[in-house]
Design a protein around this ligand. Structure first.
Ligand code: CTP
Length: 403
């Protein structure tokens, strides 16, 4: 999943030959999961047809305040469009349009929308090399950047005039990755690695049976999605679960047993900045795993169990700068037990779930948690969806790592 997924993106097209590339740009933005609307300058209609762009964007394309041929036509509101957009990309941005943007001229719908938009504005210049170098154009670049607009620099190459030089609009793929990287770069966990464990573990009894538990993995998967949307690179070590997550910044490492999870956690912990252990790891496993299916020959069966390794505690022992978060599921003396766990396992934060709270626990979509930090500050939350709980946990982590 791209960081652009779910975003409202307004594409403004001005009249340059590079406008023919905007069909691909719309296609790529839609593919990245964005909702795309297009506003064109009237002169750009000579370079690419609204029909192509409305078909690709699945929205009507607008280029004037109203349709002169249709008396019943509605007024195209630049204010509404500007407010709708989470991002405004002007590509191609011609010398003429940039100069008007810089001076506040708004003699068409695209420019009026530019003046109304409150969202981040990106512009991708496109023109011939001498126009690109002209001091007047350089002045527009500078003025627009001083407004906080973000320039997607043109590249060098063969231009429509046949001349070779700077002025070619960035390719649609490069525009998309420029915008993605720019958004990511501003996110609070960009450049950080987050390691998570999630789900149950299965401890084999024989080739067909195991000891497991009812953990759905949902809490860990929600945490992974929040971390990725905050810009982190996420490693999600998950026991067997039905949860799915497709996000370009999340790598899922599937494991089965507590020993597998232990090994993978130790592998990825070294380079992690934040580690959150949300898995419901089996505390005991069969001492011997039968090589063949155990037959029901006897009236009783005794399994000898031995302790699994405590992954969280073992990471607490070796941690250097990692911010380490554990979970505690308690039934009585909850705060005391959770505080003791926080100390014993050398954690920075512990997330306490009480089994006494209705709607909290393994299979539910909701959770009610209390966060306790290393200074034993306690923050209680109300019953929320696990997605909101994940957000609360990361808000607290961000507070702590920036404190
Ligand atoms: N945990 C782990 N490895 C284990 C057992 C637990 O990493 N073998 C982690 C869990 O992912 C969770 C935390 O430890 O983050 C709390 O687990 P829990 O089983 O409640 O704690 P224990 O310290 O084992 O205490 P007890 O079961 O006695 O309450």
């Amino acid at each position: 999943m791209s960081i652009l997924s779910g975003k409202n993106i307004l594409l403004g097209i001005s009249a340059g030959i590079a406008a023919y590339k905007t069909a691909s740009l719309v296609r790529l933005l839609v593919k990245a999961g964005a909702d795309v609307k297009v506003v064109m300058s009237p002169a750009s209609l000579d370079f690419v047809t609204p029909l192509t762009l409305s078909t690709l964007s699945k929205h009507p394309v607008v280029s004037s305040f109203y349709n002169e041929d249709d008396e019943s036509a509605v007024w195209n509101s630049h204010v509404e469009l500007g407010l709708w957009a989470d991002l405004f990309i002007i590509a191609p941005a011609t010398a003429n349009t940039m100069s008007k943007m810089a001076s506040g001229t708004c003699d068409n719908l695209l420019l009026a929308t530019y003046l109304s938009a409150k969202c981040p504005v990106y512009f991708a210049p496109a023109m011939d090399l001498d126009m690109y170098k002209h001091p007047s154009t350089a002045h527009s670049f500078k003025t627009l950047q001083s407004f906080g607009n973000i320039m997607i620099p043109a590249t060098s190459g063969e231009l429509a005039s046949g001349l070779v030089g700077e002025g070619r609009m960035a390719e649609p793929e490069d525009i998309v990755s420029f915008v993605e990287n720019h958004i990511l770069g501003q996110l609070p966990l960009y450049g950080k690695k987050v390691m998570l464990t999630a789900g149950p573990t299965y401890e084999a009894i024989d080739p067909v049976r195991f000891i497991g538990n009812h953990s759905s993995g949902k809490m860990g998967f929600e945490l992974a999605e929040v971390a990725a949307n905050l810009g982190a690179e996420v490693i999600l070590i998950s026991g067997p679960t039905n949860q799915t997550l497709q996000h370009s910044r999340v790598k899922i490492v599937p494991v089965v047993s507590a020993q597998d999870m232990y090994e993978q956690a130790h592998l990825y912990f070294k380079t992690a900045d934040i580690a959150i252990l949300a898995a419901a790891v089996a505390d005991y496993k069969p001492k011997e795993v039968a090589l063949q299916k155990i037959k029901k020959d006897d009236s009783t069966l005794t399994l000898e169990l031995e302790k699994t390794k405590d992954i969280l505690a073992s990471l607490g022992e070796i941690k250097s700068n990692q911010f380490l978060v554990g979970f505690a599921l308690e039934t009585h003396n909850e705060l005391e037990h959770a505080k003791a766990k926080l100390k014993r396992k050398h954690l920075n934060l512990i997330v306490l779930n009480s089994l006494n709270d209705k709607g909290a626990g393994f299979k539910s979509d909701t959770n009610k948690v209390t966060l306790i930090d290393a200074q034993e500050h306690i923050t209680e939350f109300t019953l929320k969806s696990k997605a909101d709980v994940a957000q609360d946990i990361f808000n607290e982590i961000l507070n702590q790592i920036h404190a």
